[in-house]
Design a protein around this ligand. Sequence first.
Ligand code: NAD
Length: 292
Amino acid sequence: MKLRHFFPLLAGISLGASVSAASIENQMPYLTLSDGSRIPQLGCGVWELNGQEAYKSVTESIKLGYRLIDTAQYYRNELETYQAVLDSGIPREEFYITTKLNPSNGSSEKNIRDSLDRSLKNLGGKIDLVLIHWPFSNDEMAWKIMEEYVQAGKFRSIGLSNYSPDALRRILKIAKVKPVLNQVELHPYNSKYPTVAEYEKEGVKVEAWSPLGAGRQGLLRDPVIADIAKAHGKSSAQVILRWDLQRGIITIPRSKNPAHIKENISIMDFQLSDEEMKQIDALNRDDALWDI
Ligand code: NAD
């Protein structure tokens, strides 16, 4: 088995067939980031969900065993996302919450600090991971400020989103606290093997946004993926998310539909073969959904 296809399961975790929330929690693979913290490898995204929708989607996701939640200042649903976490009654320490600094809040040191403080207030006073949403002119200043928040114990980790390898190296040059991950567009039509290797060489993990192609591009109807799905008795979405896990990629699909939320986490009970991984790899077209 090729190293990149090794599934990073924790020792002692079994691959059972059950999909109950408790067993999914037990089976959820975690990755260790460069600062020693651990992140669930599968979570839920809340982009394009309004407050009420985000609350419902996160509530349903938590019931089914999701613990990683990906919000952003830009999505305007931090408050409702956190309310769902609070209302779950599950200890906060079991969750891994990510938000992102919106570059349009980055025009001055004051604006950056104010927006980070607002996120802290929205998300209960401590955040697991704060990313810079995309590169912008003041991002080195923002990084230095975010480092202070790590040192003050307000953020556990900090990272980047939508950074090319060169942009990542620019931040690494000035960083005292290293970015733990880079969240980038990644799905079978834009699989990014060479750039993922560059990030990983720098000790930066990769998290996939729009792992299902955002429901666009016909990815979920791709015949190669559909055939693999049929062979495993799974859906195309499940095959794609499983491909992420076996690549060592963190993945954060979004859904409002309880059946899809359940489907997306029910992927711990099957394994893609090397041959199937290669067939999916071969679908790459470097096809970016958005030019960020
Ligand atoms: P996605 O790839 O997760 O796809 C979402 C679409 O797929 C929705 O239309 C949903 O209804 C559908 N879907 C979900 N599960 C399905 C299933 N099992 N079967 C059939 N259809 C299914 O799209 P996304 O929301 O763009 O990306 C996921 C998350 O990544 C976002 O919610 C957000 O948190 C994050 N994101 C980050 C950035 C960034 O710039 N950092 C950009 C885009 C998204």
